[in-house]
Write a protein that binds this ligand. Structure first.
Ligand SMILES: Nc1ncnc2c1ncn2[C@@H]1O[C@H](COP(=O)(O)OP(=O)(O)O)[C@@H](O)[C@H]1O
Ligand SMILES: N[C@@H](CCOP(=O)(O)O)C(=O)O
Length: 301
């Protein structure tokens, strides 16, 4: 059996629209096993238990890339990461399927190839890159459509609290509300703030994180899709934290510089939104990991 563990990702990190992404300590585990039937999928909502399942599509893409037959397979999806909440559930599926195809055929897909294939499937590199590599990644597609990536360290001083609403925002819908162009002044604002944000996260400088995390590209438009945006932001800022919309929402991610504030923030958010999933998270620095086992015995990781 092949077991693939993939971290959730928080894309954009406020000011890095479509280029920044952070892997966080919230995981899905997906298993792949031999099967006598063509395809068996367990653990996923009924609507996804068919050939259109994104995990299976990515598995097929990986096999085809390697010019290998697509085997009969039993896929078990164990996921806590909710769908359409801005935590990269689709990237998890894509990365898991491709990685499993690679492991199935003796690790035949290199990390660089994995990054290219996953970006092709997802359409943008900001979630799949940290899901594969871990940590905070900045990525863009070069003129040959190849992802170019730099990883940043994130200071251990920082604490993250994900406030995950009990309602979805689909990435497709959240991209439709964005304007098609922006002014030169806004572009300057965005580039400068994004550059400062990466360094501020590396330093754990909560003041600079707060001033840098002022987005003009997507957050003002997407905030309207999240009815509780202002209240969540107030809860965060009352404790000196900084909040941004994770990916395309609906999750809002708070960053604080000390554990006590993170605990208090999580408690306040839970009290204000009892039906939400509020979780303290750390940065995941490994990205996707795999394990191969036979009759319960681990053969290799
Ligand atoms: N367990 C799953 N099985 C199959 N597909 C899934 C699963 N989880 C998520 N997906 C796919 O990912 C899509 C959600 O992606 P998206 O709207 O980008 O939200 P997110 O922010 O969670 O990535 C779903 O519509 C579905 O196609
Ligand atoms: N850059 C994308 C990121 C979408 O992330 P997701 O986790 O919501 O799928 C965007 O902002 O549209």
């Amino acid at each position: 059996m092949i077991k693939i563990k993939v971290p959730a990702t928080s894309a954009n990190v406020g000011v890095g629209f479509d280029c920044l992404g952070l892997a966080v300590s919230y995981y899905s585990t997906i298993t792949f096993d031999n099967s006598s039937e063509h395809l068996v999928i367990t653990g996923s909502p009924k609507e996804f238990q068919n050939e259109n399942n994104l995990v299976y599509q990515a598995f097929v893409k990986g096999c085809q890339f390697l010019d290998k037959p697509v085997p009969n397979v039993k896929i078990g999806i164990e996921t806590n990461v909710p769908v359409a909440r801005g935590l990269g559930s689709s990237s998890i599926c894509v990365v898991a399927g491709l990685k499993a195809a690679s492991v199935w055929y003796d690790d035949a897909i290199s990390v660089d190839q994995l990054l290219v294939l996953a970006t092709e499937m997802e359409g943008h590199p900001d979630n799949v890159t940290p899901a594969i590599l871990g940590g905070l990644c900045v990525s863009f597609l070069d003129d040959q459509n190849k992802p170019q990536i730099i990883q940043y360290h994130v200071s251990d001083k920082l604490h993250f609290v994900a406030m995950i609403p009990d309602y979805e925002v689909s990435t497709h819908a959240a991209r439709k509300v964005l304007p098609t162009s922006m002014s030169y002044a806004d572009a300057i604002h965005q580039v400068s703030h994004c550059a400062v944000m990466t360094k501020a996260l590396e330093l754990g400088d909560s003041h600079m994180i707060h001033v840098a995390c002022d987005d003009r590209m997507h957050e003002p438009y997407r905030a309207k899709l999240i009815p509780d945006y202002s209240q969540a932001k107030n809860i965060t800022e009352q404790l000196g934290g900084t909040m941004y919309i994770s990916g395309s929402g609906s999750t809002m991610m708070a960053i604080t510089a000390d554990e006590k504030s993170a605990d208090q923030l999580a408690a306040n958010a839970k009290a204000a939104f009892p039906r939400w999933n509020v979780r303290k998270l750390a940065v995941d620095s490994f990205g996707v990991v795999s394990e191969v086992s036979e009759r319960g015995k681990v053969l290799h990781r």
